[in-house]
Write a protein that binds this ligand. Structure first.
Ligand code: MN
Length: 743
């Protein structure tokens, strides 16, 4: 029989084994469709191309993925390499299959350049974010695995490139998804091309001792099995030499020879349930001498990728140390197949109640999906939306930038440098010119065209950009570069707004009124106000509203409307006599606390330690004795209006945040979480990814198995703080994040 047809039939058998009601005709059609589409194409090995999709489909079936995934694996190179179209595939095999194939094609097209670690992490995130459906990632990993298995036919340059990419992107993602078996093979095949000498050395060394290894393995396996039989514990025992890359890493990281590697061997004891795991552990420690400090209980505290096992290292009579991993059959499935194990469970356990909360808890965590769908539906529509609020794009040189979702080329340009944004005259995305309001998608390659003759940003850009960074830089530019123009446009806007309010200009510029108006709008001169309106630091609407308030307070609103400038009564009003108008002018703009205190000019401002307000929080001030004004959050218990002492009522003053580029503010958070290894590390990682400055972090375990973590950090405003809080919430085990609220 035709060897290719034979391969197909093996695939069909494999799928049928876990799909009792398989529509074999549909699968066969997919095979013949792909075969015809790739007709005449050859692999580098000289084989017909169809061998590759068939092999990928076989690996996918080996993971036990659903039939749509297997069909998509058969078709995975059709969109890229043949004349097939999305529509055609959708018509023949359904929309879901077409979407999977398109997803895989997108990942295939993603360009890759090796970078420093921070960039790699962004690349991995982009990869995950682009996939949308977890099955796309799994099919792509299987595709890569088969390409690595057949890498020998490629040129040395290609071998290196693909291996590096596999080591830096694919293996870590396989690890994150808990797919240990695939991860090992990806690592070992990559190492073979990345360090052929080192790889060969280890492999040959291992081969030369394989007889001794075999003997040791059999002896230990036998002894454990015998003891288990005595104890009446049903189990499977098997040993192995660890995979090449893990040995390699230990040798090079610790500068050791193969002989000095501590635990070359790993034995597994697989049992029925958790209590037996601990029974087995007891027996093992009774039979062999445990190595101190090498026991790890990943059953009680699973790894973030949900790996569970008991690990211990012991020394046998031969003086050779080895690791023993003890787990249940279910844990074993999860360890080998990770996220894909859930498709496996589905097959083998028709009678077992599937989809208990616990089964899916970790997938849910992993994908940080908020949706609360029923388990079956959840599995079939696993969405990778953990980076929903970010979009990852490339510079032409292959640098990855993370921008807020919905970002435009303007955000990109300013994220490179303000000079790039300010001299931008156009943008290309994936080689095509696009308008400035173009919304960037994951994987886009963005090129900014600049010119020395550029006129600088336009005011519309403020509306088109998504990131604070771009917005601030654009405002900065208008503030600096276009003062004259700002004053003119700002003045026009202000006058227009004033006209709407039916207030005459003369009434507010009158000598006895103007200082109060300026104080109210928080600028030293009208030109400064106009300039600020011009560059977008404030708006004409806000300014006029304040002007109106102030006129009302001064009792001059009616006169103003009639354009009279009568006699002033203002002097008797609130401004403390000690504060001169001059000092007000100075203080308003240059307050470096970012706070304006109503009715007071140059005064010291400090932020209360009890509630550590940040810009955006509603705030109130309290005039202390000798220490200036202390600023509290409105919701701080210490500022509760009901609890203010009657004799201090006049000490409470209105304060407001300046609407300018503000400094960073210190604030404090308290996290409550289920205690586990690496918790504090994950918190630190999350904070560093969020790019906030942390000035103190302390963690302590509580008696009930929980942990409390206190963090003092610096943020720009409430918005940034909320985004940090969101990130912290996503950490495995964290169930509460709260701001300190006074005590
Ligand atoms: Mn392929």
């Amino acid at each position: 029989m035709d060897p290719i047809l034979e391969k197909y039939q093996a695939l069909e058998e494999r799928v049928r084994a876990y799909t009792p009601n398989l529509d074999a005709q549909r699968l066969y059609t997919a095979f013949t469709y792909a075969d015809a589409a790739h007709h005449g194409q050859l692999r580098k090995s000289g084989e017909p191309y169809i061998i590759h999709p068939l092999a990928v489909a076989e690996i996918v079936a080996d993971l036990g993925l659903d039939v749509d995934s297997v069909i998509s694996a058969l078709l995975h190179d059709c969109l890229e390499d043949t004349s097939s179209t999305y529509e055609e595939i959708a018509k023949k095999f359904g929309e879901p299959v077409a979407a999977l194939v398109e997803g895989v094609t997108k990942l295939t097209k993603m360009q890759y350049v090796s970078k420093e670690e921070e960039q790699m992490e962004n690349l991995r995130k982009m990869f995950m974010a682009m996939a949308q459906d977890i099955r796309v990632i799994l099919i792509k990993i299987c595709d890569r695995l088969h390409n690595m298995r057949t890498m020998e036919y490629q040129s040395p340059k290609k071998q290196r490139e693909k291996s590096l990419e596999t080591m830096e992107i694919y293996a870590p993602i396989a690890h994150r998804l808990g797919m240990q078996k695939l991860k090992w093979e990806l690592e070992d095949t990559s190492l073979r091309y990345l360090d052929p000498v080192g790889y060969k050395e280890i492999q040959e060394e291992l081969a030369s001792r394989s007889a001794a290894h075999e003997e040791f393995k059999t002896s230990i396996e036998g002894r454990i099995a015998q003891r288990m039989a005595q104890e009446g514990i049903r189990c499977k025992v098997y040993g192995r030499v660890k995979h090449v890359y893990s040995i390699y890493r230990k040798m090079y990281a610790q500068h050791k020879t193969l002989n000095e590697i501590f635990d070359l061997y790993a034995f597994r004891v697989i049992v029925d349930d958790i209590p037996e795991c601990y029974n087995v552990l007891g027996c093992i420690h009774d039979m062999f001498k445990p190595v101190l400090g090498r026991f790890k209980d990943y059953i009680g505290t699973p790894k973030p990728n949900m790996y569970q096992s008991l690990h211990t290292t012991v020394i046998g009579g031969e003086g050779i140390p080895f690791e023993v991993q003890i787990r249940t059959f279910e844990m074993h499935q999860t360890a080998e197949y990770g996220v894909a194990a859930h498709w496996k469970y589905k097959q083998g356990m028709a009678n077992k109640q599937l989809g208990s909360e616990q089964d899916f808890e970790w997938v849910r965590k992993l994908l940080e999906s908020q949706q609360d769908t029923d388990a079956e539906e959840f599995l079939s529509s696993l969405k990778v939306d953990m980076f929903a609020d970010e979009v990852f794009v490339f510079s032409p040189k292959g640098d990855v930038k993370s921008l807020p979702a919905g970002a435009t080329p303007i955000d990109f340009a300013y994220s490179v440098h303000s000079a790039v944004g300010n001299s931008m005259v156009g943008t290309k995305v994936n080689g095509r010119m696009v308008p400035y309001d173009y919304q960037l998608s994951n994987g886009d390659i963005v090129e900014v065209l600049t010119s020395k003759a550029a006129k600088g940003p336009s005011r519309d850009w403020l509306k088109l950009c998504k990131s604070n960074e771009a917005r601030n830089k654009i405002r900065q530019w208008f503030k600096k570069e276009r003062r004259e123009e700002n004053i003119i446009t700002g003045r026009a806007a202000f006058e227009n707004e004033l006209k709407h309010a039916k207030i005459s200009m003369a009434s507010i510029t009158a000598e006895e009124v103007l200082p109060f108006i300026l104080r109210k709008v928080r600028f030293g001169t009208m030109d400064e106000l106009y300039a600020a309106i011009g560059y977008g630091g404030t708006t004409a609407t806000k300014a006029v509203a304040r002007v109106k308030d102030e006129l009302l307070r001064l009792g001059r609103l009616n006169e103003a409307k009639m354009s009279q400038s009568g006699k002033s009564t203002a002097e008797s009003l609130i401004v403390p006599q000690t504060v001169s108008v001059e000092s007000l002018r100075g203080s308003n703009k240059h307050s470096d606390s970012g706070i304006i205190v109503e009715g007071l000019g140059n005064c010291t401002v400090k932020f209360s330690k009890c509630c550590t307000p940040v810009p955006g929080d509603p705030v109130v001030g309290f005039i202390t004795r000798g220490y200036g004004v202390s600023v509290h959050r409105m919701d701080c218990p210490n500022a509760d209006p009901d609890k203010r002492k009657p004799e201090e009522l006049d000490r409470w003053v209105r304060v407001a945040w300046l609407e300018e580029n503000l400094p960073a503010y210190k604030t404090a958070l308290e996290l409550a979480a289920k205690d586990r290894d690496g918790l504090a590390l994950d918190v630190t990682m999350a904070l560093s990814t969020a790019k906030v400055k942390v000035s103190a972090l302390s963690a302590r375990s509580t008696a009930d198995g929980n942990a409390l973590i206190n963090v003092v950090l610096e943020v720009k405003d409430r918005e940034e703080l909320n985004s940090v809080i969101n990130r912290l919430h996503q950490i495995h085990g964290v169930y509460e994040v709260k701001r300190n609220s006074g005590n």
